[in-house]
Ligand binder design. Structure first.
Ligand code: SAH
Length: 496
């Protein structure tokens, strides 16, 4: 096989977990991958960036278990590359910091497979940072040592403690939870002060990160009492004491919350960004997707005679987008809408209409279909025709008041909502699930058939969404208004 037909391997560091700490280059490479071979330590947020069509191969290791031996991983990378694929080998932290990145390259080199390395942010530095521990500080240390608590040949670390104690500086031990008593004893025996500050930092950069800050002599006992488990790093050095003053991650308004967002992927960003800004760990779990209705003759007919309408009513951003795409496809622009007035359900939809160059004329104070229908019934004159391009599964709420008022309207389904088939993505590490429509609730339930829904804390927009969540026994809170801002406010209230 000639070299051109071979694929290529990118060895990519995923960072410590927080998706915001993944590099721009790593993300760009992921988006063009054919196959991703990933570890257990790769954060969920980074995993969510893998496009849906990309093949995923898990080679995850948990402490003490090696479900897939290293030579097997090497072989998978080689075979996928030989098959002509763009292979991303995604690893926690940095691929070359105790990540066996070097070993994985050896076989590729032997077979002349082209590769690139995309470094990642290592947990050795970032996990202390998220716990308010600067790994170096001018006042107290002049070196930083990153040490494995676990070596290839035996369970015990072969560490020269005497040398370490002599050099001094901050010491960071990875993979050291099991060996912690031995590590601490090794340092004590080599002459380190018993009251040297030391810390164990668990699941750093996630919403559920925990730390125990103690002394070298007491850390094993204190960490055991607190029940800390891997993945965790041990930090030994004066800098550990600084976390008392410098801690910050968990102090952010949503710093201890992992929140699942179930909106369609193309509409999740505003909510996800706001939550992340407030410190939340956001897990994207899109439960539905929207798709325009193909060959929509009713919509085409309405567009043919658009001049006959006095009002266009939008109840969702998807409705606005689909309507304008249909216009664009026939090379119609806003001039053909001259004189038509626009009514929308709420501010999100209003913004979408504004993007098309039109300010809306009517919006209810209460953001609901019923309120919009009633407002229209009061405002629209008998001889005026109304066009409502909206979801196929739209409720009666908007149109009931119009019917009662004897108004003439045309209700056209322009897009449909589909549930996304993907199972088992929710687990009880999620503190809160955000639902923005009843269809997201239904999609979520179908995706996670085995979940205990009575344990799900749901934050819902609107009473209909809340009713759907209650049907499944979820613990439900409802935002005051049907806006993303109001939902975010309610979430902050719950967090307090
Ligand atoms: N290449 C990785 C390290 C791989 S070794 C890096 O650069 O970070 C695996 C060890 O990394 C774990 O046993 C644990 O000690 C540490 N680790 C990785 N992610 C961590 C996290 N989010 N919180 C705490 N420790 C972590």
């Amino acid at each position: 096989m000639s070299k051109q037909n071979k694929g290529k391997v990118w060895l990519v560091g995923a960072g410590p977990s927080d998706a915001g700490l993944f590099t721009l280059k790593g993300k760009a490479v992921l988006e063009k991958a054919d196959v991703v071979v990933y570890d257990k330590l790769v954060g969920q947020g980074v995993m969510a960036m893998i496009p849906g069509h990309v093949r995923k191969i898990s080679v995850g290791k948990t402490a003490g278990h090696h479900p897939i031996p290293q030579h097997e991983i090497n072989r998978i990378l080689l075979e996928e590359a030989l098959a002509g694929n763009r292979v991303v080998r995604l690893k926690g932290g940095d691929p070359f910091v105790f990540g066996r990145g070097g070993e994985e390259l050896e076989l590729l080199c032997e077979h002349q497979i082209p590769f690139e390395i995309v470094p990642g942010i290592t947990s050795a530095v970032s996990v202390p940072a998220y716990n308010g521990i600067p790994v170096t500080h001018r006042d107290c240390c002049s070196s930083l040592h990153i040490i494995t608590g676990h070596t290839k040949k035996s369970e015990e670390a072969e560490v020269d403690y005497e040398a370490l104690v002599k050099v001094g500086g901050t010491m960071v031990f990875l993979m050291g939870v099991t060996a912690m008593p031995k590590i601490c004893k090794g340092l004590l025996d080599a002459g380190m002060r018993a009251d040297m500050p030391a810390a164990l930092l668990e699941r750093g950069t996630t919403a559920h990160q925990r730390r125990v800050v103690s002394t070298l002599a007491s850390l094993p006992e204190d960490a055991k009492a607190a029940g800390l488990k891997p993945p965790a790093i041990i930090v030994v050095g004066e800098v550990c004491a600084l976390s008392e003053e410098f801690h910050w991650a968990e102090d952010r308004p949503l710093g201890t919350m992992k929140i699942a967002v179930t909106r369609p992927k193309d509409r999740s960003s505003a909510l996800a960004e706001k939550l992340a800004e407030l410190g939340a760990e956001v897990a994207l779990m899109p439960a539905i997707e929207t798709a325009p209705i193909e060959e929509n003759t009713r919509l085409e007919e309405a567009l043919d005679r658009i001049g006959e309408y006095s009002w266009i009513v939008f109840t969702s951003v998807a409705g606005v987008q689909t309507f304008y795409s249909a216009m664009k496809a026939r090379r119609m622009d806003v001039r053909s809408l001259a004189g038509i007035r626009f009514a929308v359900i709420g501010t999100g939809t209003a913004k979408a209409v504004e993007k098309q160059g039109i300010f809306v004329d009517l919006m209810p104070e209460v953001y609901s279909g019923k309120a919009l229908g009633e407002l229209l019934a009061r405002t629209v004159k008998r001889q005026e025709r109304i066009l409502i391009p909206r979801a196929k599964i739209g409720t009666e709420d908007v149109i009931r008041p119009l019917k009662e008022a004897g108004l003439s309207f045309v209700d056209i389904a322009v897009y449909d909502t589909r549930e996304i088939k993907q199972t088992g993505i929710y687990d009880d590490s999620v503190d809160l699930v955000a639902f923005t429509s009843a269809s997201t609730v239904r999609g979520f339930v179908k995706q996670n058939p085995d979940a205990d829904f009575s344990g799900v804390k749901a934050i819902c927009i609107g009473e209909q969404t809340a009713a759907a969540a209650k049907e499944w026994g979820m613990q439900v809170a409802v935002s005051e208004k049907a806006t993303i801002d109001s939902m975010v406010e309610k979430i902050q209230e719950l967090a307090r």
